[in-house]
Unconditional design. Sequence first.
Length: 307
Amino acid sequence: MRLFESIIDANHRAVAGDASAGLHPAEFADALPVVALTCVDPRLNAYFPNALALPAEDFIWLRNAGNIITSTLSSTMRSLALSCAVKGGREIAVIGHTDCQICKTPTMALLDKLKALGVDRSRLPENINDFFGTFGSERQNVIKACDLIRNSPLIGPKIPVHGLLLDLETGRLDWLVNGYETIQTHLASGLPGNVALPKACDPMESLGAFKDFALGEMKFPEMKIGEVATRVGEAVTQEAAKLEAKIGQQIVPAAESVQNVAGQMVQYAEQHWPKPPPIHVKPSPLPPLKKSPPPPPIRPRPDLRRH
Ligand SMILES: [Zn+2]
């Protein structure tokens, strides 16, 4: 099973009461980190990333009111693109949720709420729904967002774009868009849009991750064997190509020897890397709200000046 298939499977088993349901993120190193777009609803704070059984460092979390994408070049789309290109995101998931208030607030009610905040109707764009991207169906909103992302020229054609819906009461995740399937359809159709692409990953940034590799002490960055290997390989190949172009000579043997060293390091790492325990899914319903303890009394600040 691929990453999100395993996530959904573990989630469903956990919701059904299987306390052992979980995920070994290290097995999916090539698909991590994931970039998730969710709503700003604070009720989601209790669910992520544990409902996906992912460690926090593999979960790039983007939020906006209603997990809305308004166009293939919108501000949120740019953040998604940068999350992939700069932060190394490998898969994208738009995760809507049930009982979304953005969905449940009719246009007139929204205008009233804005008015109560001193926002005058005359200063707002004519088509409020288009402008804010408000929607009437949480499911349709996620499907539309996935469609816009899939067709954005800012997103690489090989990055799966999934659509999920989280049930706020049970923590259950349901597929709305299986990004592994749409990626095949999209590539096969040869649709325009994903032609001019940003580089998947900057080579120097890739080597930055490699800096944590302390050979003498054999310290490895956590759970990133495949990723480090791939990125080092890619970076070496790209840098070699640049150098070749500069000096007009073949430097493949040198690049190959570096790749061999990287390969040996990875082989060693794979043999000695301790296998971490699985991360368990915790999709339990929201915990009861606790009353915050009262803050400590504010004491007058002593005057430290001495006369
Ligand atoms: Zn919401």
